[in-house]
Design a binder for this molecule. Structure first.
Ligand SMILES: [Zn+2]
Length: 397
């Protein structure tokens, strides 16, 4: 391995050791990682200067009143990332720190438009959020902008954008109005990334986003799988009814036409919250709608389970309300299974019930930072059209 590779590995090992334990002394690190004390000291100094570590409480030495060793802890706000969720009718932006805590957020209603005015509006929203919350701009790693639509790994362009009219846009369209590095992300991958976060201990999973449109994200052996055509996981277009309802893609019978959030909300004056509230109150009409909806959803879940044999996470707008309805849904899934296995072992509601897309878009940059960990300051300015990495190396954490 090249010297720079060894240095990078050593840096990461020291930082991760402290982060996982919450606090560690120089001797703890040197002993556990087999690194010399002078080398540990050198990196600790770098991290301190970069604002990534702080000295914690002094621990008792327990030895004849000698000097207490100094413990080091990671600074949660040492770096920050901005996530933006762009949808048909609103823009949500928020800031997360290295511990995945959302520090502040802001939402504005505005219809998406393919225009520089719109991109400037998104930039202004981010600037207003940062100014109102008094965020230290020097700590910002970048901005992750999540949009509905498939994104090319090679060109960074949206290659399929029928949910909103965003075909062909790139990170640079937004980046011109953001004074930070900008990443463009597929919204389902962003939400999936939040759920797949390595601390959750899942290596194989399929995330279903049940929002105004249906999306999916696949995690295999700890890496997000995009397939050869960059559309792997687009579960919304799984055909569940031959010759069924028209889908926005132009085909008939797709899961999207049966399981997007609007299928429910349209029965409650367009309000998904209203739907679940009345469902909870025992409304007979909505109970019938929900019964049909969950039968279709169970069909899709069964198909995914057969293909991938992995944990299936129900997310998106409907997933945020589904926790109290899991038992009957699991029964429907079990009735379709050819195995004796019970879906309670693999079918789970999402953990992120508020702003999963914007949070995941920001976490992409946190993950990137952890992977490329260095003591230097984040680069300011510039844009990149690079899409979500084909292989986000999550398993190493
Ligand atoms: Zn379709």
């Amino acid at each position: 391995m090249k010297t720079s590779g060894i240095r990078k590995r050593t840096r990461r090992a020291i930082y991760d050791f402290i982060r996982e334990r919450g606090m560690a002394t120089k001797n703890d690190i040197a002993g556990a990682l087999g690194i010399s004390l002078p080398t540990v000291s050198k990196y600790l100094t770098h991290f301190m200067e970069a604002g990534l570590l702080e000295q914690g409480a002094k621990l008792s030495s327990g030895s004849n009143g000698g000097r207490s060793p100094i413990a080091y802890a990671c600074v949660a706000d040492g770096r920050l990332a901005v996530g933006v969720d762009v949808t048909q009718d609103r823009v949500t932006c928020l800031v997360v720190n290295l511990e995945r805590q959302v520090l502040c957020q802001r939402q504005a209603h505005r219809d998406f438009a393919r225009s520089d005015d719109y991109f400037a509006f998104v930039g202004a929203e981010v600037e207003t959020l940062l100014a109102d919350a008094g965020v230290d701009r020097d700590r910002i790693l970048g901005v992750g902008v999540a949009v509905p639509g498939l994104i090319s790994e090679t060109t960074g362009q949206v290659t399929y954008g029928r949910v909103i009219d965003n075909y062909g846009i790139t990170a640079a369209d937004f980046g011109r109005h953001l004074r930070f590095r900008t990443r463009l992300l597929h919204d389902s991958d962003a939400a999936g990334l939040a759920e797949f976060w390595p601390d959750h201990g899942v290596d194989n999973a399929f995330y279903i986003s049940l929002s105004k449109s249906i999306g999916g994200s696949v995690l295999i052996n700890g890496e997000i799988y995009r397939g050869d055509g960059e559309f792997a996981g687009e579960i919304g277009h799984l055909r569940i009814h031959q010759g069924g309802r028209r889908c926005y893609c132009g085909q008939n019978g797709c899961m999207d036409a049966y399981c997007n959030a609007s299928v429910l909300a349209r029965h409650a004056d367009g309000s998904l919250e209203g739907f679940f509230s009345r469902l909870g109150d025992g409304d007979d009409t909505l109970s019938d709608v929900w019964d049909r909806y969950t039968s279709d959803l169970a069909q899709a879940i069964h198909n995914i389970r057969v293909l991938f044999g992995c944990t299936i996470i129900l997310g998106g707008d409907v997933g945020a309300h589904i926790r109290d309805h899991m038992t009957p849904l699991r029964s429907k899934v079990d009735r379709l299974s050819f195995l004796a296995s019970h879906s309670e072992t693999f079918l789970v509601p999402c953990s992120y019930t508020t702003q999963p897309v914007a949070t995941g878009a920001a976490l992409y940059l946190v993950d990137e930072f952890r992977q490329d960990l260095g003591p230097g300051q984040p680069r300011a300015g510039g844009t990149s059209g690079r899409a979500l990495r084909k292989a986000v190396p999550l398993a190493s954490y």
